[in-house]
Design a protein around this ligand. Structure first.
Ligand code: PHE
Length: 358
């Protein structure tokens, strides 16, 4: 074996034995780098006689080509193997749960709001909103409650500091101002619900200074008391997830509706547990009525052309009833133990198709 053949075998052996790209690069430098074996020999061509060079030149070039190709081939093999190894070790099992445990829960008020929106949304209602800080006009005046009206006393209103012109803003005492704001901005037919925060200076087991209501408003040319009753009955059945629900419409008084009715639902206590829908006891759940002509007028519409009904319901209250939560104050204490107990899964959105409370 010639000297060159021996060298070639040695280099090709080192190429094949290289275990990674760094090792292979070391072999390449040893052979073809500036001071590599082959490069050194190439340099010595200059010192040879023309005859010697004629023979050694092609032999060296052939060797260089074969070594270069062997290096290329081995590099391809090593890259492929490195990729395989990464794919094997970095594989992610996408079927595993995202976290070992989920911690956060949805507050019952949020849950019930979503349920209410799902039910009325299905009936064709859209969601409207209004500000928490209201003018006297939207909270009272436009709703047919003039300054000296006794109904103002019942609202335990939080007033803001007097402005320069002597007027005072209020924290809205109910969601009814959204009725006016909606009528102002929408051409009938109107079908909205307005869930949100409301404020009254009141606190005991069933009252907190901040609480939640959902307002309902329907205005068109024919909306009737029968429609009001049908709508509320459909809502109660869907919300309490029962086939039958006994309802009682009690004559009442609100300045902004005429006639006005308070609505009770039938219930019973079975073994200490409240059952909604049937029974000889009654629970009041909302106020309602046909929108007063003065209110329609205040909303910028003509009471001779359009009419409708409205209702207002306590969200916290129906949440307590549906989920058997005894004390309203606990709703707003941010006690983690309470939230874990009464909270809902954050991945299950209430919908009529999938069930309100899966
Ligand atoms: N705004 C009334 C309340 O807070 C409820 C209500 C709304 C009654 C709409 C009738 C019509 O008590």
């Amino acid at each position: 074996m010639t000297d060159l053949e021996e060298l070639e075998q040695e280099i090709l052996g080192a190429v094949a034995a290289a275990e990674d790209e760094r090792g292979l690069e070391a072999v390449r430098l040893g052979a073809l780098g500036k001071k590599g074996w082959i490069s050194e020999r190439m340099k010595s061509l200059g010192t040879m006689s023309p005859e010697e060079r004629k023979e050694a030149g092609p032999a060296l070039n052939g060797l260089k080509d074969r070594v270069t190709r062997a290096l290329e081939a081995q590099r391809g093999i090593l890259r492929e193997a490195a990729l395989e190894e990464r794919l094997r070790t970095e594989r992610v099992d996408v079927t595993l749960p995202a976290r070992p445990e989920s911690f956060g829960t949805i507050h019952p008020v949020t849950q019930v709001m979503e349920e209410v929106i799902a039910i009325f949304g299905d009936m064709g209602f859209s969601v409207a909103e209004g500000p928490h800080i209201e003018t006297d006009w939207y909270n009272f005046g436009a709703l047919n409650i003039p300054p000296e009206h006794p109904a103002r006393q019942e609202h335990d209103t939080f007033y803001l500091r007097e402005k320069e012109d002597g007027s005072r803003m209020v924290l809205r005492t109910h969601t009814s101002p959204v009725q006016i704001r909606t009528m102002e901005g929408t051409k009938p037919p109107i079908r909205i619900i307005a869930p949100g925060r409301t404020f009254r200076s009141d606190s005991d087991q069933t009252h907190t200074p901040m609480f939640h209501q959902v307002e309902g408003l329907v205005i068109d040319e024919t909306a009737s008391l029968a429609n009001l009753k049908g709508t509320l009955e459909a809502f109660c059945k869907a919300f309490f997830e029962v086939d039958e629900v006994k309802m009682r419409f009690r004559p009442s008084y609100f300045p902004f509706t005429e006639p006005s009715m308070e609505v009770d639902i039938g219930c019973s206590w079975e073994g200490g547990e409240l059952k909604i829908g049937v029974g000889d006891s009654w629970l009041e759940i909302l106020g309602s009525g046909m929108v007063h002509p003065n209110v329609i007028r205040a909303g910028g519409l003509d009471p001779d052309k359009v009419q409708g009904f409205a209702f207002g319901m306590g969200i916290d209250r129906i949440a307590m009833l549906k989920y058997g939560i005894p004390d309203l104050r606990a709703f707003f204490e941010a006690d983690l133990r309470w939230l874990r107990h009464y909270g809902f899964s954050s991945v299950a959105m209430p919908s009529l198709a999938e069930g309100l409370t899966t």
